[in-house]
Design a protein around this ligand. Structure first.
Ligand code: GTP
Ligand code: MG
Length: 216
């Protein structure tokens, strides 16, 4: 029996080239947003990156754009507290969402993020796909399930991107992947393929560029 939620196949050379070209264009930070009123006009396709604090959202955006430090990656969990908009190429917005599940964040702060996140995810017409990042060592946690349920109810297709693949041994990977697959089977908005990445080593980055370039 074919397991659901396979790892995505490597795109063909043509599809990879389309992705490479999109991300070879200029990338720049546009703005950080703390309220819906600050959102830039919804005038182009947009993808967002969601995930627990420290899962590697900013690092992934840096790896995709090939501009080290464009999306500040740090060792301090909870650093990215705004919705950060990046312009890519110029036909695309990349959106770095505030990390969730940061244990030491004050409740009022958490509630404010959650409200903004909810408004953003359910109200953005041009949002084509949410990438939900899951640490390859840890799998899906309760807070991830919450964001997935939010995406289900907002009818935003989300695709799981496994991060930090360089940190797990091949023999441990399958167990985590199966845990992720089990969790995803409960979410109607889950895209049926997973992407395995390492921002550190570059694994899966060209594939993800190609996936983003082919959204319409
Ligand atoms: N080994 C390895 N480390 C990674 C990888 N991606 C990210 N990291 C590290 O993980 C830490 C957190 O990465 P960030 O990109 O800042 O994570 P984030 O999800 O943006 O975190 P917040 O903004 O706090 O929500 C940093 O120390 C990164 O260097 C990876 O692919 N491999
Ligand atoms: Mg970040």
């Amino acid at each position: 029996m074919q397991l659901p939620f396979p790892l995505t196949d490597e795109p063909d050379a043509f599809a990879l080239e389309t992705g490479r070209k999109l991300f070879a264009g200029q990338s720049e930070f546009l703005k950080g947003v703390v309220a819906m009123s600050g959102l830039p006009p919804a005038d182009r396709i947009e993808v967002c990156f969601a995930g627990r604090s420290n899962v590697g959202k900013s690092s992934l955006i840096n790896a995709l754009t090939g501009t080290k430090g464009i999306a500040r990656a740090s060792n301090t969990p909870g650093r990215t507290q705004e919705i950060n908009f990046f312009v890519q190429s110029p036909e695309l917005y990349l959106v770095d969402l505030p990390g969730y599940g940061y244990a030491n964040a004050p409740l009022a702060v958490v509630e404010k993020w959650q409200k903004l996140l909810k408004q953003y995810l359910s109200g953005r017409q041009t949002l084509r796909r949410a990438f939900v990042l899951i640490d390859s060592r840890h799998g899906v946690k309760k807070v991830d399930e919450e964001i997935m349920s939010l995406l289900d109810s907002a009818a935003v297709t989300f695709q799981v991107v496994m991060t930090k693949a360089d940190k797990v041994k091949a023999q441990d990977r399958e167990k985590i992947l199966d845990q992720v697959r089990g969790a995803l089977s409960k979410h109607p908005a889950a895209y049926p393929e997973l992407v395995l990445t390492s921002s550190e080593k570059g694994d899966g980055i060209a594939t993800l560029r190609s996936i983003i370039a082919h959204l319409d």
